[in-house]
Design a protein around this ligand. Sequence first.
Ligand code: UT7
Length: 319
Amino acid sequence: MIYSKIAGTGSYIPEHILTNQDLEKIVETNDAWIQSRTGIRQRHVRAENQLTSDLALLAAQRAMAAAVVTPSDVDLLIVATTTPDMVFPSTACFLQAKLGMTGGAAFDVQAVCTGFVYALAIADKFIRSGGSKCALVVGAETFTNLLDWDDRNTCVLFGDGAGAVVLRPSDAPGIYSTHLHSDGRYANKLFVPGSVCGGKATGSPTVKMDGGSVFRFAVKVLDQVCREALEANHLNVSEVDWLVPHQANIRIIESTALKMGIDKSRVIVTVGDHGNTSAASIPLALDLAVRDGRIKPGQPVLLAGVGGGFTWGSALIRM
Ligand code: UT7
């Protein structure tokens, strides 16, 4: 039996920091409201010339260095993003060129904030089937491109960043299971209603969100999808060392931990420093906790995401 295993992690966040105090000067909001309702203190914003593939490049290079693989080893490259460099080609193809890769398959996955979990699940299936010997899976976003800086309901929530993992085949897990879900009936709760038609951008290119509905749905399904993963693997919640949830709002994260009976000390939280980086949030949080020594080799870790679509999903892994 072939399993896939994470051989290395990496991440990158742009240098420029936008604090809540900075936002107070742009829109009618205040630090106390943002912190108490979301847990966010600051977010990182791309430099003017930085594209999603540039953020992805630095995260990918760090993950490859940690896994001790070169671009020519990689035969599958998946980028999860909601903010591609262009309509096409895929951001994965731009990243492939920036890495100096000329072989393998490269494509994007679009599942908004659940995108990294979706991409990881796909790469896991490639590796398990023998279709890939070395997969690079990236979550990268320049989500601030999609913000209306006059809309305080959304512009305070998001930031830019990238995270990546390298997956290699292994005799033992690795990735125990992935569970993916979506329900398109909720498309209008969190969306960007813009498109390109007849050579012109049409509609609105900024995020629209029914925050309350997203909040309630997220709290419900994150708990459900985590329990689904544990049950599928006959594990008790106490047997998982870490929960790495999507980083949208500290209240969503804490409610999920409470419902599951996981102590806060076993939950990786980066939302305060990064805001919601959409598809980048889970691999970014994972990499930070690996590098600061909290997440150690051999430990079981539960990844869980939820986002526009709605989409939601989990991956139960052993590091
Ligand atoms: O990856 C998934 C992406 N999205 C999410 O996860 C978002 C999920 N939703 C949430 O995180 C929360 O619903 C929000 C943080 C967006 C909003 O928190 P809330 O506790 O649900 O606040 P609310 O929408 O009920 O608004 C409460 C008040 C309103 O004022 P009134 O009507 O009570 O006078 C808002 O106008 O807070 C006001 N408000 C703000 N005030 C200061 C909304 N945004 C702001 C703001 N600064 N930025």
